[in-house]
Design a protein around this ligand. Structure first.
Ligand SMILES: C[S@@+](CC[C@H](N)C(=O)[O-])C[C@H]1O[C@@H](n2cnc3c(N)ncnc32)[C@H](O)[C@@H]1O
Length: 277
């Protein structure tokens, strides 16, 4: 039984990184008229009310989106991201959109969204928010298996967001094996994989496996509150992007540096090429 619920974490600094990268990838892909297909293997509920007990139990959004909310001027990538959040909740930060919401907001009628979510409550909310949209397919199915079954998409242009909770320790290895399988079927696809730094050895294992995967053109974007891993809980987070837009590192660097400064005195950001051409 799954116990992870994203409602407790919505809008935290990991979401800021993940969704800022997501927005930049989509904006780049949408510069061409040809339709794209967006896959969200672990979609969550799609939209989160920040006034609930769940969201305020640890109020993680205070150390996330809230740090950027009142800023007058932001680096371009963070400004694009914040515009999307404002489109979802208005001028007051009372709600936070999930990854499917960002994608649906940016995609055009000719594009498609494929969303997978296993938790019954989150899946019901997802269906309620997006089920009526013609270009969205929601599946109450395993996102690993479903994505593998559906690539390559007929559009031949696509982004796969892989965002597991890493509740199960084997997911650190599974994510790499899975992306290798996807990439074998759809080598030109763009892949965005989220990871936490909560157990640094497992994260290092994931990154080593990704480097030695044989896949080319991989960039890693990381943001941490501290490099001191004796701190309990999540100390950082990252995104791995395969076949990234050529300007992703360039547009994300000032954004990550800016956000790291807001996160505190020991915070850091890194952008690393894990594999070249
Ligand atoms: C980190 S959350 C997703 C957050 C979402 N992508 C976002 O950014 O707004 C992970 C979600 O994956 C769901 N999940 C776990 N295992 C799954 C599986 N095998 N297939 C599909 N969904 C799964 C969980 O119920 C949870 O809602």
């Amino acid at each position: 039984m799954l116990s992870y619920r994203h409602a407790f974490h919505a809008g935290n600094y990991a979401d800021v990184l993940k969704h800022t990268v997501l927005v930049q990838i989509l904006r780049y892909m949408l510069q061409k008229d040809k339709p794209i297909c967006y896959f969200d293997t672990h979609a969550g509920a799609g939209f989160y009310d920040l006034t609930t007990e769940e969201a305020n139990k640890t109020a993680e959004y205070h150390r996330g989106i809230e740090l950027l909310w009142q800023e007058r001027s932001l680096p371009q990538a963070l400004d694009d991201y914040r515009e999307c959040v404002k489109a979802a909740c208005g001028e007051h930060l009372t709600a936070y959109p999930g990854s499917p919401w960002f994608a649906q907001h940016l995609l055009r009628p000719q594009d498609r969204l494929v969303l997978c979510e296993l938790h019954p409550a989150d899946r019901a909310q997802l269906e309620q928010t997006f089920g009526a949209s013609k270009n969205v397919q929601c599946y109450a199915e395993d996102g690993w298996q479903k994505s593998l079954a559906l690539v390559p998409p007929p559009e031949r242009r696509g982004l796969v967001l892989i965002d597991p909770s890493y509740e199960l320790k084997e997911e650190y290895g599974k994510v790499v094996e899975h992306v290798k399988q996807l990439h074998r079927k759809f080598a030109t696809g763009v892949y965005a994989i989220w990871y936490p730094i909560a157990d640094p050895e497992r994260t290092a294992f994931l990154l080593r496996r990704m480097r030695s995967s044989g896949i080319k053109r991989i960039v890693q974007l990381e943001l941490g509150v501290t490099r001191d891993h004796r701190e309990a809980g999540m100390t950082g987070t990252g995104m791995i992007v395969i076949n990234p837009p050529w300007n992703l590192a360039e547009v994300m660097q000032p954004a990550l540096e800016f956000f790291a400064r807001r996160l505190g005195p020991y915070a850091y950001s890194d952008i690393v090429e894990l594999a070249g051409e």
